[in-house]
Design a binder for this molecule. Structure first.
Ligand code: WTA
Length: 626
């Protein structure tokens, strides 16, 4: 067994990354690794600048000669009776055709294409088809509302949307195409809506704008040369929440991103493309679905399982029945799913043969030691290592994780950075902390997978990540480092919530609340939730002419759900007479958090507040939630 302390951290990082770049074939190999400056005056992030490649060809074409007949995707339907295997050759055929349909409709290199898809193979085809012609995809999670979809389409100026008639999840259908139609009432510039028939449900099509994929695919050939792209050309945009304002369109590059996900996928999952059946349960709408369901596995020629459904349908044994059915060897899922299934008892797990499993992964939020032990002891029968992978939309790929051949001695600890990654911990003032310490997590050296910017707002990128502690990347997370140098992530230190592994800004929920005519002001905080990780607690002040009614909290919950999507549905709405504010009018979120967490004893000094008595009312009122 290898010691974590013996990981080979390169002295000369540029040489290391240039060597790592040969994980891809490239059209033109890069000769230079990095040109990175995180100083505001001459900010730039460039990797493998003179390299030329096509991400789709790296994922498909280069495997055809040796692995053409090998399964690229196993698709498991929401309905447990339905599954399908798709070879690399078949994926190649679908992708080239879809690329040709986009091309025939005028989608060009650099154009933005929004994908609003359920978990069907066509979601992956659509990403790869965009990559093939150099169009920039932006996947919007299929659980987001028409409102949220419209704002993303507008923000990136998309000219095409790829969607499905309906999605299926847990026995229910989601009206994706109807949502697109509603979104397009508020978004201009979309000339093409390519629609995949998934359920065959009633769908209206706008002539001249909307096309059925199944009709178009036979009208084009499968001959579509891959567009040579510069390494720094954008591959995709993915919207993610921050502590302020609207979600940001995080931009990822073609060369650096793909090198980084191929490198980390191979290393962290110790992948054997000829033996492993790898299953990542993430949705394609999140970064995990990009990096470790599509791009990483395909770049490595592996077999990746796509699952349309949810872990609890038709019963809470679904993850284990699918594992048994397809002989899954590596399972990569989120702590929220593990906690939810743990509650159902061991019977659902033990009812299925899990002897194919050899490695387990966790991602998206801190995993509590209790859930870790259950995952390890019950699911993995004590024989499968767990890789607890810390990373972010902005990092492109995994940054901190145990590796499978290292001791599994610290449940709940993401442990150590991967070779090539440099971290540091600082206090609020930015002083570097040494040894055993708790502080803010910074990344101090560039890496190829890092985001290149915020779409349409380069300054916001610099301000958000590189200005708090100049010259370093601020993650927004806190961490504890022990005397051996291992890290445990303690969670966000900013106003970003992590609800069931979904990242959400409190500001977005607040702005949805104040958009309701009854609401004058709102403050949203997270509180510990035993399944979701965090729950959403909303303090709401009503307009002076509005009377509080019994059903108002429920109305407001529904309103947020409609406005953003089901993932943002508040758990608690507390109608409040006022909010604790400083004399200068700043909301004291720390106090609101403590009240929601059920720790009114830890409020500290409240005497300097503008109206200290508000706090007592809020505390008394909040008791009904705990
Ligand atoms: C949290 C998901 C603890 C963290 C890949 C981060 C984690 C945010 C872990 C990014 C982990 C992710 N342990 N916390 N293993 N993985 N996080 O952008 O707070 O959706 O900043 O990317 O999730 O969420 P995002």
């Amino acid at each position: 067994m290898r010691r974590r302390q013996d990981r080979p951290h390169p002295q000369d990082r540029d040489t290391f990354w240039l060597e790592t770049a040969s994980v891809l074939d490239w059209i033109t190999m890069p000769t230079k690794a990095s040109d990175v400056s995180w100083k505001a005056e001459d900010f730039r992030i460039k990797w493998f600048e003179d390299g030329v490649l096509n991400a789709c060809a790296e994922c498909l074409d280069r495997h055809l000669a040796t692995r053409g007949k090998k399964t690229a995707f196993i698709w498991e339907g929401d309905d447990p009776e339905i599954s399908e295997t798709i070879t690399y050759e078949e994926v190649f055929d679908h992708v080239c055709r879809m690329a040709n349909v986009l091309k025939a409709r005028g989608v060009d290199k650099g154009d933005r294409v929004v994908l609003y898809m359920p978990m069907v193979p066509e979601a992956a085809y659509a990403m790869l088809a965009c990559a093939r012609i150099g169009a920039i995809h932006s996947v919007v999670f299929g659980g987001f509302s028409p409102e949220a979809l419209a704002s993303r389409i507008n923000d990136c100026g998309a000219t095409a949307v790829i969607t499905a008639d309906e999605g299926r999840r847990g026995g229910k259908t989601i009206p994706l195409k109807a949502n697109v139609d509603r979104a397009l009432e508020k978004a201009e510039g979309v000339r093409l809506v390519l629609t995949v028939k998934v359920t065959g449900g009633e769908t209206s099509m706008v002539s001249g704008r909307d096309l059925w994929w199944h009709e178009m695919r036979d009208e084009v050939t499968a001959d579509c040369p891959a567009e040579p792209m510069a390494a720094e050309d954008p591959l995709f945009i993915l919207y993610t929440s921050g502590s302020t304002g609207k979600p940001k369109g995080v931009i990822h590059s073609t060369g650096g991103y793909l090198v980084y996900v191929a490198y980390t996928f191979g290393l962290v999952f110790d992948i054997d493309p000829d033996k492993d059946i790898y299953w990542c349960t993430a949705d394609v709408g999140w970064i995990t679905g990009h990096s470790y369901m599509v791009y990483g596995p395909l770049a490595r020629g592996a077999t990746s399982l796509l699952f349309e459904g949810v872990p609890t349908y038709p019963d809470p044994g679904r993850l284990w029945s699918v594992t048994e059915k397809h002989n899954v060897t590596i399972l990569y899922t989120a702590p929220t799913a593990i906690r939810a299934l743990m509650k159902e008892g061991d019977g659902f797990v033990k009812a299925h043969d899990r002897s194919s499993l050899r490695l387990l992964g966790s991602v998206g939020e801190p995993i509590n030691p209790e859930a870790w032990r259950w995952y390890h002891d019950v699911v993995g029968e004590g024989r499968c290592p767990i890789v607890d992978t810390w990373w972010q939309t902005e990092t492109g790929g995994i940054m901190i994780t145990p590796l499978p051949d290292e001791p599994m001695d610290k449940p709940g600890w993401a442990t150590a950075p991967l070779p090539g990654i440099e971290l540091s911990l600082v206090d609020q003032e930015g002083h570097r902390l040494e040894g055993d310490a708790e502080g803010l997590l910074l990344i101090t050296a560039g890496w190829p997978g890092q985001a290149r910017g915020v779409y349409g707002d380069p300054q916001r990128f610099i301000d958000t990540y590189f200005s708090a502690y100049p010259g370093t990347y601020f993650t927004g997370d806190g961490a504890h480092r022990d005397a051996e140098g291992d890290y445990r992530i303690t969670g966000r230190v900013d106003d970003v919530l992590n609800v069931s592994g979904h990242r959400m800004g409190t500001a977005e929920i607040e702005s949805a609340l104040v958009a309701h005519p009854a609401v004058a002001e709102a403050a949203v905080v997270g509180y510990p939730h035993d399944v979701k990780g965090q729950g959403i607690h909303c303090y709401v002040i009503l307009q002076s002419d509005v009377q509080e009614t019994d059903d108002l909290p429920q109305t407001l919950r529904q309103h947020v759900r409609q406005d953003i999507g089901p993932v943002a549905t508040p758990d608690r709405v507390q109608i409040a007479p006022g909010l604790p504010k400083t004399r200068s009018g700043k909301i004291m979120r720390r106090i609101l958090r403590k009240i929601a967490e059920g720790h009114p004893d830890q409020l500290g000094d409240t005497s300097t507040l503008a109206e200290p008595e508000i706090v007592d009312t809020l505390v008394a009122d909040a008791q009904r939630f705990t």
